[in-house]
Design a protein around this ligand. Structure first.
Ligand code: ATP
Length: 401
């Protein structure tokens, strides 16, 4: 993919700049419970304000599916953003997003003002990338900046369509940072390059595994997805999570690893229980066994101590580490040791450490290791597609340098 313009390549002073942010923050009873994504959007907004641009912000929140549902309103984001910026953010509360309020608010803007539009997914056209809504959005602005990495794998009006109807478009700072860390790690890693995949299902990460086997020196597979690999090698896995349709795929990947000289590591021991904890954080009785000896009536729910050491040593010997997906049912304190061991090793090493968003980001932050990582991606789905080697449409649509 060609190099794309970044916000600093645009002449923004006095211009109306539409910025697509990822303000998809969790809200409970009208209160924002995690402001990470708002904070992550600030560098681009502040830069544009310093340059005296007219800053028009837009974002989706949740899945209102084309309906103006009040619980998905971005109004609380405007309030929090005003506090963070120390200046008034005008909220244009239009059910049709680009309506009378938005048009009037933009028409009244002075240089250095900020307007936030309503949730772009209030419009049914948004997720279908329908031209009419892209043109509506573009009618408010001269330039477009995409800073929503978390939505960059979606070709929607506010991430892709709008770029065709403005003079120029560019990546914001957050987007550029994500592209730099994930792009450098995958395409130009300082070696040894170790990738760690976990989480529930093999099927979710088929293409990621295939692509990483052409890039990584070591691929570590833990979490629920490991059992399909173990079964594919002929081991009995009891009642552990398995995808019987992917056994051949796993065998292919094991062969490919050998062919490419990639070290593929699977758990050598496993923490098992009689059933999945219910509720997920309920007290649970476990035993630890070798991964080749999981009892018929038990399921593997975390990696065992030998595996923790094996995986941690691999991390400590690496120069670049990318991690996506927990090593066990980390939501349960008894089954979190594997995820903690990997997070701890990543926190201790001076390698470049990258967390691929979603559950792994939540786990690392909850466990208190967040500040020790080189980069925690703000996009779970987008970072996975990046690891798959896909050109994200929300980046591809920006103006070439
Ligand atoms: P994201 O793409 O959002 O980063 P992820 O890959 O981290 O997601 P999932 O694939 O949904 O997330 O997997 C995370 C879930 O996997 C966790 O809720 C965890 O409890 C579960 N999990 C991990 N190990 C096991 C296991 N051995 N058996 C069953 N579930 C497991």
């Amino acid at each position: 993919m060609n190099a794309k313009k970044t916000v600093e390549d645009l002449k923004v002073t006095g211009q109306r700049v539409l910025v697509r942010c990822d303000f998809n923050v969790p809200i409970k009873n009208g209160v924002i419970t995690d402001e990470t994504r708002i904070v992550a959007a600030l560098p681009t907004i502040k830069y544009l304000l310093e340059q005296n641009a007219k800053v028009i912000l837009c974002s989706h929140m949740g899945k209102p599916k084309g309906n103006p549902l009040p619980e998905y309103s971005l109004a609380p984001v405007a309030v929090r953003l005003s506090e963070k910026l120390g200046k008034n953010v005008v909220f244009a509360a239009d059910d049709e997003v680009v309506g009378e309020n938005a048009k009037a608010a933009v028409a009244a803007m002075q240089d250095g003002d900020v307007v936030l539009l309503q949730n772009t997914r209030y419009r049914p056209e948004e997720t279908k990338n329908v031209e009419a809504f892209s043109k509506d959005l573009a009618s408010l602005a001269d330039l477009f900046v995409n800073d929503a990495f978390g939505a960059a794998h979606r070709a929607h009006c506010s991430t892709v369509g709008v770029a065709s109807f403005v003079k120029e478009s560019a990546n914001g700072y957050l987007m550029a940072k994500e592209v730099k860390f994930l792009g450098d790690a995958v395409n130009n890693p300082v070696r040894p390059f170790v990738c760690i995949l976990g989480g529930a299902k093999v099927a979710d990460k088929l293409n990621v595994i295939a692509n990483l086997l052409t890039k990584a020196d070591t691929l570590i597979i833990g979490g629920g997805m490991a059992y399909t690999f173990l079964k594919a090698q002929g081991y009995s896995i009891g009642t552990s999570l398995v995808d019987n349709e992917k056994l051949d795929y796993c065998r292919d990947m094991l062969a490919k690893a050998k062919e490419n000289g990639v070290k593929l590591l699977l758990p050598v021991d496993t923490v098992c229980a009689a059933s999945f904890p219910n509720p997920i954080d309920a007290e649970i009785e476990t035993i630890t066994v070798d991964s080749t000896a999981i009892p018929e009536d038990m399921m593997g729910l975390d990696i065992g101590p030998k595996t923790r050491e094996l995986f941690a040593n691999e991390v400590l010997g690496a120069k670049t580490v990318v991690w996506n997906g927990p090593m066990g049912v980390f939501e349960n304190p008894t089954l979190a040791a594997g995820t903690i061991a990997v997070a701890k090793a990543m926190a201790e090493t001076d390698a470049t450490t990258i967390i691929g968003g979603g559950d792994s980001a939540a786990a690392v932050n909850t466990l208190g290791f967040g500040s020790k990582m080189s980069h925690i991606s703000t996009g779970g789905g987008a970072s996975l597609e990046y690891l798959e080697g896909i050109d994200l449409p929300g980046i591809a649509a920006m103006t070439d340098r």
